[in-house]
Design a protein around this ligand. Sequence first.
Ligand code: ADP
Ligand code: MN
Ligand code: MN
Ligand code: MN
Length: 351
Amino acid sequence: MRLPNPKPYKYNKMAKYKLEYIWLDGYTPVPNIRGKTLIKEYEKYPTLEELPNWGFDGSSTRQAEGHSSDCVLKPVAHYLDSTRINGVIVLCEVLHADLTPHSTNARATILDDPGTWFGFEQEYFLYQDGRPLGFPEKGYPAPQGPYYTGVGYENVGDIAREIVEKHLDLCLDAGINHEGINAEVAKGQWEFQIFGKGSKKAADEMWVARYLLQRLCEKYKVDVNYHCKPLGATDWNGSGMHSNFSTEYMRTVGGKEYFEALMAAFDKHKNEHIAVYGPDNHMRLTGLHETQSIDKFNYGVANRGASIRVPNSFPKNGYKGYLEDRRPNSQGDPYKIASRILQTIATVPTK
Ligand code: ADP
Ligand code: MN
Ligand code: MN
Ligand code: MN
């Protein structure tokens, strides 16, 4: 990570910081990221506690009626923004004027648990002129096959990798815990993975990473398409956001009996899970292209066609470790996904 405050003003001890307050708006079925800048002087890179609550006009973001439109932005995490001198990204929860959580604030519904770890695998398409980056104006490029983890102009085009690499650097500068990146199965499709310890950390970092990607793409005249099946019912892969999760109990106690009870709870609540796993998921969860059908729940060791994939290591270690829920899609809100997974886990008794 680059040092905070890389170029402090020469003659003042105090420096003006550009605080980019970002939050999720009230659009459905998926929120958009919004942001605006507050300039404030600090002696050094501010701590989270030094960042004040701020506000915005909720009537412009579908979060309030015009007659009483003030919503409160409460900073919950902050990240270095290496694209701006003295830049800080301030991730916020949205509150009502009385400081209670707004109904659009899904983060506030996540059970706070430092022992829970999440790893999200974000797949997405880069889009230009209404089609995936690298697709010809008419028709399709060569069928899927060489693109996944591919190399060379024919497979990845000219600017995609530049965007992906710059995005990675921005995220690492920000302190986001990326675990990896790869080119995906369809042309123009990519993935990055974020892992975090604590029930909200990876979800927070996912939203900031999405923000950084969209902002970076502006100057390339490229958009990020998070839709789970942007090319419809074709042989082109859709995009998911596989959600890997473990609680301290799963990692340290676990056991076959607990695992089976956990999977029974996931089966019982499958509809509530699908409801927050991203829109249009019926287009993606068809039983084809390494997916299970949307109306079925199953699990299987190393099974990429299952709703939940159990890593090989899990039974080997006495049914301890993490599980991969493969159903969440690329447009899903990681806050809602994390919240639902923890709600279901909480219904299963531990010893
Ligand atoms: P694949 O594409 O084969 O599913 P990836 O490497 O893309 O594999 O994703 C695996 C994810 O699992 C990573 O994001 C990683 O951080 C996450 N993960 C690994 N161990 C744990 C754990 N104990 N708890 C939660 N997530 C984990
Ligand atoms: Mn992956
Ligand atoms: Mn993938
Ligand atoms: Mn995966």
